[in-house]
Design a protein around this ligand. Structure first.
Ligand SMILES: Nc1ncnc2c1ncn2[C@@H]1O[C@H](COP(=O)(O)OP(=O)(O)OP(=O)(O)O)[C@@H](O)[C@H]1O
Ligand SMILES: [Mg+2]
Length: 269
């Protein structure tokens, strides 16, 4: 397990060298600014409310949802949402990098998956597997790679035995390539999309919150010119523009945002 904070006593459990451990406080810092579709916020709020009412749900014999998949294009907030949920639930986030799990040696990948799930079964956390398609691809597609179909079977067992101590989250850009049986195991599914005008405007406003602007109308114009950008791209462009404003020792101007957009994407002409 990689250290993110020297003051934290890190679990030294088996398998945890394949993951990064974030304390709830670190998650709160990461997820300080998040803009989501109202429908996704609603799903998250319900998920969190239910997590706080476990006993009530048990008394009705209705299972508590704890397996969530996030899918959609890059830079739209899937990984950020995992930090946000860990923060809201005051749980540590265990972020698993799949390239460290996938092993060329037959059998090793499945056993790595098992170790990670074993850890989360006995330690309350949000277990987050990013780029989930790397291990959960449909078994029909990769008959030639028998190893991967064994990994999917292991994954299915791990999901079925997961219990209710922790939350499992996964994210992918390639949801149509996921194995159907794996897909069915998720009780909560969230679709991420590129930001529309309202979401872009809200995000640009948040990013410029702490910065002096030439005038407030530049926010609307910036929202227009960044149509088609993801949240992650908007963040990079606004950061570039802020650097220009800092160098010039002046409030942020629209033309600095325009030239940052051009510099960010020089191929677009
Ligand atoms: N919905 C959002 N609200 C606020 N910031 C966002 C949002 N989406 C992305 N960002 C910004 O962009 C960065 C990258 O986003 P994130 O890693 O969550 O994207 P992703 O959907 O997981 O992308 P990928 O599919 O490439 O993994 C975030 O750390 C954050 O700064
Ligand atoms: Mg991501």
């Amino acid at each position: 397990m990689s250290k993110t904070n020297n003051n934290v006593r890190l679990p030294r459990a088996k398998g945890m060298d394949m993951a990064t451990y974030y304390t709830p406080k670190e998650c709160a810092t990461k997820a300080k600014r998040i803009v989501l579709e109202p429908s996704n916020f609603q799903i998250i709020e319900e998920f969190i409310s239910i997590a706080g009412m476990k006993e009530k749900f048990e008394s009705f014999m209705v299972p508590v949802p704890n397996k969530m998949i996030l899918f959609g294009p890059p830079g739209t907030g899937k990984t950020l949402t995992a930090f946000y949920i860990a923060d809201r639930l005051r749980l540590p986030l265990i972020l698993v990098r799949l390239d460290t799990i996938i092993h060329s040696h037959l059998g090793e990948t499945g056993s790595n998956v098992r170790k990670i799930f074993d850890y989360a079964k006995s330690n309350s956390c949000v277990l987050f597997l990013d780029e989930f398609d790397a291990i959960a691809r449909t078994r029909d597609n990769n008959d030639e790679v028998k190893e991967m179909s064994r990994v999917v079977n292991t994954l299915l067992q791990c999901l079925d035995d997961f219990g209710d101590e922790s939350i499992f989250m996964a994210a992918t850009n390639l949801e149509d390539q996921l194995d159907q049986a794996v897909w069915r195991r998720f009780d909560t599914k969230m679709h991420y999309v590129m930001p529309d005008d309202d979401r872009r405007h809200a995000y640009i406003r948040l990013l410029c919150d702490d910065f002096k602007l030439e005038n407030s109308s530049i926010l609307s114009r910036a929202t227009e010119i960044m149509a088609g950008c993801s949240f992650a791209e908007i963040e990079q462009i606004i950061l570039k523009a802020k650097r220009k404003a800092i160098i010039a020792d002046m409030p942020l101007k629209l033309n600095q945002i325009e030239s940052s957009l051009r510099e960010y994407n020089p191929r677009s002409g």
